[in-house]
Write a protein that binds this ligand. Structure first.
Ligand code: SF4
Ligand code: SF3
Length: 553
């Protein structure tokens, strides 16, 4: 196996035996083969898009399959094997459609060259062998590999957001067409400039996808609003829901209402507490615990059923006893956990098994008490715009520091807590994603009623931070987003954060600090381009970085 898609990759170069995340070699290889099959579908998909005969039948499949390969999402090899088989069937169908369309348009059979991904076929018992030949290292040149993988990794993040939007009925064919183009491009020899161009296009597509998801979320559930979120527990048994899928949140709340079972969020589901559509439920108690990597301990203490709607699910430790309380849904899978199937057309998922089990469980063990404040997505911040603008003009707010992204288990991430603690009191932290758990329970106070940590929501709500920045640029009459008193100190872990990073670059943001390490998938050559073009920098010491950020560097 070879995998270097996340921040915890071994030695910051690549996991080669077993993932630092716990991903076994077989799973990693099957993921590679699934991506390979998607590339085959994309080769024909792109041609049909270009011939004006687009086939959108595989869009959701491509999106879900890319999403399934994201770090800490799917741990069930049988489901990857099924997805590969389905992918091959789909590939053959779209191939037939392409050949037919080509002939109808050109009056002759297609006789061009096709990559292996577009023609290979094999039974399930050959997957393991084939997978070894189609992994990341199949690309020899390290810069080409770096650019192709940065594109694929960014695409996985885009797919995650596109999937959430699609579940709410929001799709944009341009986004799916770009997925064809991007995946197909990795089967061809392109110039460095062409590959960099595609990576930049991925950034634009990430912006479009996050905007689409924002539209989907806010039209379906209303705009997030300032909210106090209880972090203590109640006396009833509960169900803990984690991940990013708001539709699952909605249906779980509907189905648990009046049953005597409470609902709590974990990790990236915390922002569900900010939405009007969910806040109205009395049995929605609040948030339990911290970010994803605390789950072995916190899921144990929760005592009730656990529903994982997306990443991050980490393998159970030997001493964990919650496997029989663990439920997965969507692309998430784990051998031994119960999988809740997709909703039937026009219907809802069936969470009755969780509810029945919850009734037999003791209430959650209290981990902490009190409340945290969040809900500062763009609509809410813009409602406070006058106050914010006045505070900047009067000098009460000197600088905003965007500290969005992911959390992770490496000790060096204590950097983010320290930065938050040591930033001068006239600074405001803008956050989104599970990175916030490094500082959202600190008592950092407020500036004239504006809290010093403004949480916009999930990692995809980093889009909100961009909207806020663009609005401030307009209010202050600036030509360049980089002239704003905003610094970016981004923490990344998995592939959605890569999509967010590419989105920020596409919006013209320069000088981003990225940590706790620069991505292992950047070859020295590609890293150099990013530094020269965008002034991306690794994090330094807390003191140096704070001094530099306060000086606008
Ligand atoms: Fe390694 Fe990260 Fe890949 Fe897991 S997802 S195998 S930790 S690079
Ligand atoms: Fe976190 Fe896994 Fe990335 Fe959505 S839940 S931000 S790491």
């Amino acid at each position: 196996m070879f995998c270097f898609q996340c921040q915890e990759t071994a030695k910051n170069t690549g996991c080669t035996v077993k993932g630092m995340c716990g991903k076994p070699e077989e799973t990693a290889n099957l993921q590679d083969l699934l991506i390979f099959v998607l590339k085959g579908i994309a080769v024909y998909g792109e041609q049909l898009d270009q011939m004006g005969a687009a086939d959108r039948d595989n869009d959701d499949f491509i999106v879900e399959s890319l999403f399934a390969t994201i770090t800490n999402a799917a741990w069930d090899d049988a489901r990857f094997s099924e997805a590969i088989q389905e992918g091959l069937r789909r590939r053959d169908r779209i191939r037939a459609k392409f050949l037919e369309t080509y002939k109808a348009k050109n009056g002759r059979d297609f006789d061009g060259a096709l990559p292996d991904a577009a023609t290979w076929n094999g039974a399930a018992d050959t997957f393991a062998e084939k997978a070894k030949a189609v992994g990341i290292l199949a690309t020899g040149n390290e810069d080409v590999r770096s650019l192709r993988e940065m594109l694929t990794i960014g695409l996985k993040g885009i797919a995650a957001y596109a999937d959430h939007a699609a579940i709410l009925g929001f799709r944009k064919p341009e986004i799916n067409a770009f997925m064809h183009t991007a995946l197909a491009s990795t089967t061809r020899d392109l110039s460095a400039d062409e590959m960099v161009g595609l990576v930049m296009k991925a950034g634009e597509t990430a912006v479009a996808t996050m905007a689409l998801l924002d539209e989907a979320n806010t039209t379906t559930y209303g705009h997030p609003e300032i909210s106090e979120v209880n972090i203590g527990v109640g006396a009833n048994p509960g169900i803990l829901i984690s991940g990013h899928d708001l539709k699952d949140m909605e249906e779980l709340l509907q189905q648990t209402e009046g049953t005597g079972v409470d609902v709590y969020t974990h990790g990236e589901m915390l922002p569900a507490n900010y939405y009007p559509a969910f806040k109205k439920y009395n049995h929605f108690v609040g948030n339990y615990g911290g970010s994803w990597w605390h789950q072995n301990k916190e899921f144990e203490a929760f005592n009730g059923p656990l529903l994982l709607t997306t990443n991050c699910l980490v393998p159970l430790r030997k001493d964990n006893t919650y496997l029989d309380r663990l439920y997965t849904t969507n692309v998430v899978g784990y051998v031994g956990a119960t999988h809740i199937p997709n909703r039937p057309a026009g219907g809802s998922k069936d969470f009755s098994a969780l509810i029945a089990q919850a009734k037999q469980c003791p209430p959650p063990t209290e981990l902490e008490s009190g409340a945290i404040v969040g809900g500062f997505a763009h609509n809410q911040v813009l409602a406070l715009a006058d106050k914010v603008v006045d505070a900047v003009k009067s000098g009460a707010i000197k600088r905003f520091v965007v500290m969005a992204g992911c959390d992770g288990r490496q000790k060096t991430r204590a950097y983010y807590t320290e930065v938050a603690e040591k930033l001068p009191e006239d600074t405001v932290i803008l956050t989104a994603g599970c990175a916030k758990y490094r500082y959202n329970k600190l008592q950092l106070g407020d500036i004239g009623g504006i809290p010093r940590v403004l949480d916009a929501g999930q990692c995809n709500d980093s889009y909100s931070l961009a909207v806020i920045a663009l609005k401030l640029k307009e209010v202050f009459g600036l030509d360049d987003i980089n002239d704003l008193p905003i610094s970016y100190d981004i923490a990344w872990y998995e592939q959605k954060a890569v999509a967010v990073l590419l989105a920020l670059l596409a919006l013209g943001v320069k000088g981003i600090r990225l940590g706790p390490t620069l991505p292992g998938f950047l070859s020295p050559g590609v890293a150099k381009v990013l530094v020269e073009k965008f002034d991306i920098k690794p994090i330094d010491t807390v003191e140096n970085d704070i001094a530099a950020m306060m000086a606008g560097r």
